[in-house]
Design a protein around this ligand. Structure first.
Ligand SMILES: Nc1nc2c(c(=O)[nH]1)N[C@H]1C(S)=C(S)[C@@H](COP(=O)(O)O)O[C@H]1N2
Ligand SMILES: [Mo]
Length: 253
């Protein structure tokens, strides 16, 4: 990133974080007593976790020697949606990632274009709520740099990830994170796992890695990224495939 870009990137990240924090305080101040707190446990978990750990704290990064010999795959591991099979048959040469919603300049990127961007590599531990962990090495551009290029509108609050699989049930997999977590310095769009193109089982051609979050937040098989100000009108309205089925939205670790 050029230093001018970097400065505006940091200013943007700060502005978003500050606004979200103030909104949180506001909610706290206007709630009448403890019952109000309990009534919104998801918001409570998010607030408590955010206050106990610095918002921009980094996930631990490991040495090469810690990398798991084979990275476990979970959830969808072999999507059968016709659109996905067509893209896969041609090694994703016709796939593009669409960036849209509340941005000034929507655009899309091919896999080659993504691979040409400045990238970050990080060796981190993936924690699934089903009770397993695995350490892997991920490479790809910062999500923040992509958002910066699109120009996020000031009223936007969340980034929604659209996926190309449906876990065999109704509704496609999707996920969402707060803008401040999208600008985290370890939130990347990964096209490589352990220095090789992402295998189909782990999300080919592209997945998101918000490293301070649980496994289900790490959406695989991305087709698009949408910037929004509310999650209410999307699918089940809870911000993600598993959230619509009862998982907690924030998913921070
Ligand atoms: N599109 C999509 N993304 C997904 C899932 C899925 O089923 N579909 N499963 C989630 C869950 S619960 C976990 S633990 C991780 C698993 O990632 P892995 O297959 O690379 O281990 O992906 C997450 N992202
Ligand atoms: Mo998971």
């Amino acid at each position: 990133m050029r230093s001018r870009d970097r400065r505006s990137f940091l200013a943007r990240a700060g502005a978003v974080g500050g606004a979200a924090w103030l909104a949180g305080c506001d909610r706290l101040a206007t709630k009448s007593g403890f019952a109000g707190w309990l009534g919104s446990s998801d918001g409570l978990t998010e607030r408590v976790q955010r206050s106990l750990t610095a918002r921009d704290a980094l996930a631990h990064e490991y040495d090469e020697s810690a990398i798991a010999s084979s990275f476990r795959a979970n959830g969808s591991i072999n999507p059968q949606a016709p659109e996905y099979l067509t893209l896969r048959a041609n090694d994703f040469r016709d796939w593009r990632l669409a960036i849209g919603g509340m941005v000034r300049a929507p655009f899309s990127l091919s896999l080659d274009e993504l691979r040409a961007l400045p990238a970050r590599t990080q060796i981190t531990r993936h924690d699934c709520v089903e009770g397993w962990s695995a350490i892997g090495k991920w490479t790809g551009p910062l999500l923040g740099s992509i958002l910066e290029r699109a120009g996020v509108e000031s009223a936007a609050r969340f980034v929604v990830f659209r996926c190309m699989d449906n876990l065999g049930g109704v509704g496609m997999y999707y996920e969402s994170i707060a803008l401040e977590d999208a600008y985290h310095p370890q939130t990347i769009l990964a096209y490589n796992l352990n220095d090789k193109a992402l295998p189909v089982a782990n999300g080919a051609p592209l997945r998101v890695r918000p490293e301070r979050m649980l496994g289900y937040k790490m959406a695989k098989y991305l087709s698009g990224i949408e910037v929004v100000d509310s999650l209410a009108g999307i699918e089940g309205g809870k911000g993600g495939y598993w959230e619509d089925r009862g998982y907690q939205w924030f998913g921070g670790i």
